[in-house]
Design a binder for this molecule. Sequence first.
Ligand code: S3P
Length: 173
Amino acid sequence: MLLNINNKINITLCGMMGSGKSSIGRILANKLNYNFIDVDKIIEKEAKKTIKKIFQEDGEVYFRNLEEKITIKTLENKEAVVSLGGGAIVNKNIRNFVEMNSYNIYLKVDVDTLTKRLENSRARPLIYKKDLKTELINLIDKRKKFYQKADLIIQNEKNIIETTENIIKKIVN
Ligand code: S3P
């Protein structure tokens, strides 16, 4: 399959928690015969604890440093679809690396849909205790200028299979 991704060696998926990065990443990788890597999972493996526990025990600054180190190392791979953590793109070093070596796709999801999807999520440390919708609006506000720099922006409101097909239509020659 010949891909039209500007000679970039990986594909990254960015976007908010609940935007579908991991589910779509897995399907996309399968279709393209790429490896699938979920950065959050590698962080948990390396730290030997959940992200929630890292936030609770070591704090967000510690998590963001670990996220930087592991994301950049992950991007040294080739032919991988990489699901980035929702806040990764705010980090300048990660952003530079993503711009340099990966075709970055922003999965855009409306805040009401995100709120519904995340209502029962206890695993996400940034949102579990506050007014969810307001918290999501604040985070999106801070992050959208970075998300919008992606090479491709795809709306992912409904069906993940359809969304993956839309991505493939755009990147396969
Ligand atoms: C975060 C998103 C999470 C995880 C951490 C912080 C964020 O990843 O990295 O909880 O800042 O938005 P997902 O987007 O994969 O849930």
